[in-house]
Design a protein around this ligand. Structure first.
Ligand code: ATP
Ligand code: MG
Length: 563
């Protein structure tokens, strides 16, 4: 099978780079490139956002420009400073900086208000006293024009008076809105007199109760870009149909030739997960997962806790690229990216998830040897560490079979294996409990097969990892699998994605045994447990009670071990 890498070489230049270069070559915006990343602080960032972040900050970096962080905080009901803080942390974790350019749509509420007032004065906006359902019904359909509101031709004075009184808190939420007066027959539904201001009495996390009316996202977004001098406003494809509306607003607002250019690209979707913030929030609220940073979540804090590196996330985003075509990206490509990264950088250690005792009957009970073992066979610079070896060891239960099938190259009665970095041992017998289960495997070792010894090069078919029973540390290991067992859990009409939850997405193993060098491991430290997978220390980990998250399994274990 081909490696995903060779199937998916990132294209040399994507269409957004081409568009920016064309603008630069035509001397637009005086050669400036200024982008922004505009999250709504109503949830934690997920890997889809990473795709937008890498593009917004990446293009600015690439063309010597700037990228603003702007919180599009137009909806006080759903927003919270908790989200603002987490968003900043996640962007920095990915390796980007907005320097001193941290802005908020709420910084511009005054300017947006003034603009709305100017629209009213020019007969381009009006207060509608109808409720949301009526307004939505009157909008018509894609094949039928809308019906004009009976309030559409109100006088400027009346509109101004009502708009001011809306903001003074005189009217109930939902009783009135301000609408742009554009075209009720436009083939583009967004142009049919869209709502631009609504009454909300929930205090705002930044402006408190100063405002009683709030701009709609569509009214704020494009204008904020304009206020900030954004040259390239990069966003996902669903905003393509909003573009004529954004352009219409800017036409009314602009005083010279400058205008932000919106370019849309395809969203990132991942198999076996949901990506909508609303659905992710439900998983958190209903305790389906342990929080926003549950390692099964596609959030950046979840991926971080799982053991993903910022480099692997950026590499993945690079691999999938930017196009105009919606698609679902295979989560195994993300796993490929982290494996590739950790293969280079994660130190190798021994960890036994399901321990089985091995006793080397011809090895003295009073001796401990320190075995010098390489930390990373991919890179000698990682050095070597000492791993204690003694008479009683643990190996993986899976690595022993009393009655093995043909070609079982691990441990079995009468069979030899190499203990990685130590000796070749041979199984001489087993001890069983009353239930007939093997509780101890007895072996002899060949002293000449130690590294540097006369028989060090002797070939055996299998190599196992191990830990010394007396020296090993206890650990809890959390094994994660895909949260959903369906490839596209949101893709089923009328079926809640939770119908497709994978019951085995989290398996907690206790009584695992890891080598003593891990005693000092800190949360987010990453390791390869040789032959088992990549693991990351969890925030819950404490000295004496280590907790590891499995980031991803290993591929091609045997090929790697037997080289
Ligand atoms: P909401 O439904 O709350 O608007 P959202 O996913 O659009 O959710 P925002 O905070 O508005 O979240 O997103 C910030 C930026 O990230 C936007 O420019 C948006 O286009 C981009 N973005 C969001 N989801 C994805 C995704 N899956 N792939 C690529 N970009 C995304
Ligand atoms: Mg959005």
């Amino acid at each position: 099978m081909k490696e995903p890498e060779s199937i998916l070489k990132p294209e040399s230049q994507h269409f957004i780079e081409q568009a920016i270069e064309k603008d630069l070559s035509e001397g637009k915006n005086g050669g400036r490139v200024h982008t922004r990343f505009p999250p709504e602080p109503n949830g934690y960032l997920h890997i889809g956002h990473a795709k937008a972040i890498c593009l917004d900050f990446g293009m600015a970096e690439q063309y010597g420009g700037k990228c603003n962080l702007r919180f599009d905080d137009t909806n006080p009901i759903k927003e919270d400073v908790e989200y603002v803080d987490s968003i900043k942390e996640d962007i920095q974790w990915l390796g980007f900086t907005w320097e001193d350019r941290e802005f908020y749509a709420s910084d511009y509420f005054g300017k947006l208000w003034d603009f709305a007032v100017s629209l009213i004065k020019r007969g381009l906006a009006y207060v509608d006293d109808q409720d949301a359902d009526t307004i939505s019904w009157q909008k018509g359909t894609t094949t039928q024009p809308g019906i004009a509101s009976p309030f559409r031709d109100r006088s400027t004075e009346e509109n101004l008076d009502l708009f001011y009184r809306m903001n003074e808190g005189e009217f109930e939420e939902g009783s009135r809105v301000l609408r742009a007066r554009i075209d009720m027959a436009s083939p583009n539904m967004h142009m049919r007199d869209p709502i631009i201001y609504r009454i909300l009495k929930t205090p705002h996390h930044r402006t408190g109760s100063k405002w009683k009316v709030y701009p709609m996202y569509d009214f704020a977004h494009g204008q904020c870009d304009y206020f900030e001098g954004i040259t390239h406003s990069l966003c996902t494809l669903e905003f393509e149909v909003h573009r004529p509306l954004y352009d219409w607003f800017i036409d009314q607002l602009k005083t010279d030739d400058y205008r932000p250019r919106q370019i849309e690209f395809n969203r990132l979707n991942l198999t076996y997960t949901v990506m909508s913030k609303r659905k992710l929030l439900e998983l958190v609220k209903d305790k389906v997962v342990r929080g926003w940073d549950d390692p099964r979540m596609p959030t950046l804090c979840g991926l971080r806790r799982r053991g993903y590196t910022p480099e692997s996330v950026r590499r993945f985003v690079d691999l999938i690229g930017y196009t105009k075509v919606e698609a679902i990206n295979d989560v195994s490509l993300l796993e490929f990216a982290i494996r590739e990264d950790l293969n280079k950088r994660a130190p190798r250690v021994f960890g036994v998830l399901r321990p089985l005792k091995v006793i080397i009957t011809n090895y003295s009970g009073n001796v401990t040897e320190e075995m010098k073992i390489e930390n990373n066979p991919e890179d000698e610079n990682h050095g070597r560490r000492l791993v204690p070896f003694s008479r009683e060891l643990f190996i993986e239960q899976d690595d022993f079979m009393e009655n093995p099938p043909h070609k079982f190259f691990r441990l079995a009665p009468g069979q030899e294996v190499r203990l990685k970095g130590a000796y070749i041992i041979k199984c001489t017998g087993v001890i069983k409990n009353d239930a007939g289960e093997v509780t101890e495997v007895h072996c002899t070792y060949d002293p000449e097969t130690r590294s540097g010894g006369p028989q060090a090069g002797r070939k055996v078919k299998g190599t196992l990892h191990w830990v010394s029973a007396a020296h090993a540390l206890d650990a809890e290991v959390r094994l994660y699998d895909r949260l959903f067992s369906d490839e596209d859990p949101s893709g089923h009409k009328d079926t809640d994605p939770r119908e497709f939850l994978n019951p085995d997405s989290l398996i907690i193993l206790t009584g695992c045994k890891v080598e003593p060098s891990l005693a000092e491991a800190k949360p987010l430290d990453k390791f390869q447990f040789q032959r088992v997978g990549y693991f990351c220390v969890d925030y819950d980990s404490r000295p004496g009670n280590l907790v590891f998250n499995r980031t991803v399994g290993l591929k091609d274990t045997w090929a790697r071990m037997n080289r």
